[in-house]
Ligand binder design. Structure first.
Ligand code: TEU
Ligand code: CA
Length: 557
């Protein structure tokens, strides 16, 4: 198989509102990002995924779009975007935009028209249903708490929103809606962007009849994800998207697919599927779900290593030679990896961050580095409700504590501190000056108080830093088809302390060993007979001894 450019690439994810403010209003912007492109280039990334920068009322930080072909004024102008894109391309960096087309904002002109009546050109752009016995048409629960239907008196009907009421779902069964999406995709591709990350793209095809969903014991609403993910016409829509748009450009696509399985993903990313290049799957980040299904992801229990290994291995072996994985620990929806999957104890944090980076970057797939992950940034360890700004967290507290009394306030605050998306949305930690160099004004959201000790300035020239280690991991991938294209074989799946696996390609073997604990353990995978060690997070190699959070990679030729 000849290597595609997006298979050998490393993607860096920028959450623009938290990356770099250039005009002192406390909000990150495109001109600020342009200033920081050399930093991303220096890390070694090839591609940047930019979270939404389009006009939006910002009810879900830009995932509620009111104009797909205009820049959110807080981020700057279209000229600022063009300047950023030109600078990125000049530096050899590609730009992926965030395509959010499962839903729009309720402020989008399409919805403003659609809600007015049942017989205007936009009436069927969304999913409207009559009340059933004076109530919502079914029992679906929203990702953001509450139900998924809101009543519109002008039409005397309910409209569907899998997320917030301000995020009405588009009706993809309407060919005019699909044409509108192809049009807006071409607008950005013709400007020269290099592809898209597609927001919850596996939710766009709803099941016929919109039937009720199963309700967990004691819950008020049905769990919608198994019902709406990977719907009946999804492959058809993605093939049409590829035929109408993607196949006419040399672009990279990654579909965000909550609830998808490796089998589903083979259909979307199969090398001859003519749909997408890769998917973001949720199995490994869904492991921390609460046993009480009513609470979903809200929990404070650590992830068991054997379960983490099983989830990652399922996708590695499931797609090997049949499709392509994305590889990620973090993004703007997930807590910080070092706090969640290892430890942010100052004694071990740097080693643990390097161990997690190694464990992920030596797998088969395209790695994604979320802003700050390359510095070993941690969760904030919030203590009070007023610390949060994300509607998902605030809605969950209100529903689980105040409305349904499923859990008490102090317990829910522990769950939020562990899992809230706000952990990942604090401003980028550039240096130890005021506001970490992110802004000269009042930051839109409070920084993580540890920025004086964890920041880019203190790391970029330090060969022992997490930043420098991520540079080495990325350079290794760029230099090795074994890492990019090799197969995958897990070793000792039942080992609860160590994650070890091999990769094989054209007679070479890569051996990756990671100790996920603070214990010193002994493991013999014949590493003393390796040709050489490629990378590790300790200065020396003690053979079969694995020190706390020690990781090492060997080559056998
Ligand atoms: O996220 C979809 C999604 O599945 C997340 O809401 C996730 O389930 C939750 O945050 C817990 O992990 C996408 C975007 O990445 C997210 O930022 C948006 O809020 C959401 O879609 C709606 O557009
Ligand atoms: Ca700004």
């Amino acid at each position: 198989m000849t290597k595609k450019w997006w298979q050998g690439s490393v993607v860096y994810q920028v959450y623009p509102r938290s990356y770099q403010d250039s005009n002192g209003d406390g909000i990150g912007d495109l001109a600020g990002l342009t200033q920081r492109l050399p930093y991303i280039k220096r890390l070694g990334a090839d591609v940047i995924w930019l979270n939404p920068i389009y006009s939006s009322p910002d009810k879900d930080n830009g995932y509620d779009i009111s104009d797909y072909q205009a820049i959110q004024p807080a981020y700057g102008t279209m000229a600022d975007f063009d300047q950023m894109l030109a600078t990125a391309h000049h530096l050899g960096l590609k730009i992926l935009m965030d395509l959010v087309v499962n839903h729009t904002s309720d402020q989008h002109k399409w919805f403003q028209e659609s809600r007015k009546s049942k017989d205007n050109p936009y009436s069927d752009y969304y999913i409207w249903r009559d009340p059933v016995d004076g109530h919502a048409p079914n029992n679906w629960g929203s990702y953001f708490s509450g139900g998924t239907w809101t009543y519109e008196p002008q039409r005397g009907q309910y409209y569907l929103h899998l997320f917030a009421p301000g995020q009405p779902d588009l009706n993809w069964e309407n060919p005019q809606v699909r044409q509108e999406v192809w049009h807006l995709m071409r607008f950005w591709l013709d400007k020269g962007v290099d592809g898209f990350r597609m927001d919850v793209i596996n939710l766009i095809s709803k099941p016929a009849g919109l039937p009720d969903a199963p309700v967990a014991p004691g819950a008020k609403y049905g769990n919608v994800e198994p019902l709406v993910s990977d719907g009946p016409r999804l492959n058809e829509y993605l093939q049409e998207m590829n035929r109408e748009v993607l196949s006419h450009y040399d672009v990279m696509t990654v579909g965000e697919m909550p609830g998808s399985t490796p089998q589903d993903a083979i259909a979307y990313t199969g090398l001859d599927a003519n749909e997408l290049n890769m998917v973001f799957q949720f199995e490994h980040v869904g492991l921390s779900a609460n046993p009480d299904k009513r609470l979903g992801k809200w929990n404070d229990q650590p992830v068991k290593l054997t379960e983490l290994k099983r989830a990652l291995s399922r996708w590695q072996t499931g797609l090997d030679g049949k499709g392509w994985n994305s590889l990620y620990w973090n993004n703007h929806d997930q807590p910080r990896a070092v706090s969640r999957f290892a430890t942010d104890d100052p004694q071990y944090r740097v080693r643990a961050a390097k161990m997690l980076g190694t464990t992920l970057h030596m797998l088969q797939g395209t790695p994604y580095v979320y802003e700050g992950e390359e510095l070993g940034e941690t969760n904030v360890h919030y203590t009070q409700l007023s610390d949060y700004e994300d509607l998902e967290s605030l809605n969950a507290y209100r529903q689980n504590v105040e409305e349904d009394q499923i859990v008490d306030g102090p317990t829910m605050l522990k769950y939020l501190a562990n899992m809230s998306r706000d952990n990942a949305r604090t401003p980028m930690q550039w240096d130890d000056s005021a506001n970490a160099g992110f802004t000269t004004g009042k930051p839109w959201f409070a920084l993580n108080p540890n920025y004086p000790t964890i920041n880019a300035q203190s790391q970029v020239d330090d060969p022992e830093s997490v930043f420098s280690y991520y540079q080495r991991l990325i350079a290794l991938r760029h230099s090795s088809d074994l890492i990019v294209l090799g197969d995958y074989q897990e070793l000792d799946p039942d080992d609860e302390q160590v994650f070890a696996y091999q990769r094989h390609y054209q007679g070479q073997t890569l051996l990756v060993i990671s100790n996920f604990t603070a214990e010193t353990v002994t493991r013999d995978y014949d590493q003393t007979h390796a040709s050489r060690q490629l990378i590790g997070n300790y200065a020396d190699d003690q053979g079969t001894t694995l020190r706390p959070y020690e990781t090492k990679v060997y080559l056998f030729e």
